[in-house]
Each structure stands twice: as structure tokens, then as C-alpha cells.
Ligand binder design. Structure first.
Ligand code: URA
Length: 213
């Protein structure tokens, strides 16, 4: 699956790494970026769900009756941090179509880099479900930390965080705030620049997927 250090799993599957490289290229088009994001998110979803518990269900094939494996427990919740999280969400829903979806709107104040909440809508019973929080970029960690604060206030306690790229500074902040939440990422990049962008990164993920710049 990948390297595991201090609560961070780096998903270094060759297909993930290859697609990520194309996404990083500045000349990759909006359409190309969006398609790759959808593809890569199914692969990331595959890895973040790899150890889910199974139970068995009695079924009949055309030939025999068997106890066959099915996922145990309640349906998953995918929690998208708006707006860039939605880019990861679509591919994940391709793979787990019955998942419930939460939307958390936090934006970064570009002056202070603080996370400000403007939207929150989640399924009622998040406390009984595995919640996989998605945001392509773990930069300062402020928006993901604030989003998970809100989900925990609503009772969520079984949480994983999935991103495409993480900065070491963001990982440190995130772990300090939510040591119980494991991080899954395709890459740990070098550092944050003075504007809070991940270097080398891929730029502004929202702008790149929606063509807003
Ligand atoms: N958000 C982005 O979209 N890109 C970064 O590099 C950092 C935060």
C-alpha cells in the first residue's frame, strides 16, 4: 500500500504516483486535471478502505449456497471540505455508491490563513459510522482541523482523513489537534511557502479543477 509513519500512510501505488505527476504539471488542462482527479480518487479510496471489517451473508449462487463476505456496519460517510474536496468525492462515490455524504464549507482567509466556516450539512447519525474526510491539499491544516472539529461536535469519532498532497507543517498541526485521526496521502511534499501554498505542490487545487484562474 505504501509507507506508514507517525499516523500518515503514503499511498505510493505506481498508478497513483504517475497520475499525480501529470496533475502537478502546470500545462495540464482543467479537463485533464479533473479527469485525473476522479481517477486518482478511486485509487485512493481503494486504499483508505483496505482494512474495513467484513462480515458474511448467506447467499445462493446458481450452483451453491455459501457464506459470502460483505462490508460490516453502517454505510460510510464521505465528508467533503468545500470546494476542492468535491473533486475527490466524485471518484470515491464511483467506488462506494451507497456512501452518505457530508459537506463542510470552510475557506481560508488569505491574510490570516485562518479557517472560517460558512456551511455544514452532515447525515444525522455520524457517530455510528466511519467518516472519511476528504480535501486534496493538507497545507496549514487549518481547514481540515476546523472541519473535523465540527464533525466531532456532531458525534463523529471514527474518522480518517484523505488528501492528495500534504505539507509537513500541516501534518504536524493536524496531528497536534486530532491525534486520533489517521492521514492518507499520495505525497508528503517539501514545505509551505509564505502564502500557504504547498511546494512543489500543484497550485490551487480548486482553481485547477474548476478553471477559476
Ligand atoms: N490549497 C491549495 O489548493 N493548494 C495549496 O498549495 C495549498 C492549499
Amino acid at each position: 500500500m505504501g509507507g506508514n509513519m507517525d499516523g500518515v500512510t503514503v499511498i505510493n501505488h505506481p498508478l497513483v504516483q504517475h497520475k499525480l505527476t501529470i496533475m502537478r504539471k502546470k500545462e495540464t488542462s482543467t479537463a485533464g486535471f479533473r479527469r485525473l482527479l476522479r481517477e486518482i480518487s478511486t485509487l485512493l479510496c481503494y486504499e483508505v478502505t483496505r482494512d474495513l471489517d467484513l462480515t458474511v451473508e448467506r447467499i445462493e449462487t446458481p450452483l451453491a449456497e455459501i457464506d459470502a463476505p460483505v462490508l460490516e456496519g453502517k454505510k460510510l460517510v464521505f465528508a467533503s471540505i468545500l470546494r476542492a474536496g468535491n473533486g475527490l468525492l466524485e471518484g470515491m462515490l464511483d467506488l462506494v455508491p451507497s456512501a452518505r455524504v457530508a459537506h463542510v464549507g470552510v475557506y481560508r482567509d488569505h491574510e490570516t490563513l485562518e479557517a472560517i466556516e460558512y456551511y455544514f450539512k452532515a447525515p444525522e447519525d455520524v457517530s455510528n459510522r466511519l467518516v472519511i474526510v476528504v480535501d486534496p491539499m493538507l497545507a496549514t491544516g487549518n481547514s481540515s482541523i476546523a472541519s473535523i472539529d465540527k464533525l466531532k461536535e456532531r458525534g463523529a469519532h471514527n474518522i480518517r482523513f484523505l488528501c492528495l498532497l500534504a505539507a509537513p507543517e500541516g501534518i504536524r498541526n493536524f496531528h497536534a489537534a486530532h491525534p486520533d485521526v489517521p492521514i492518507y496521502t499520495a505525497s508528503i511534499d517539501s514545505h509551505l511557502n509564505e502564502k500557504g501554498y504547498i511546494v512543489p505542490g500543484l497550485g490551487d487545487a480548486g482553481d485547477r479543477m474548476y478553471g477559476t484562474k
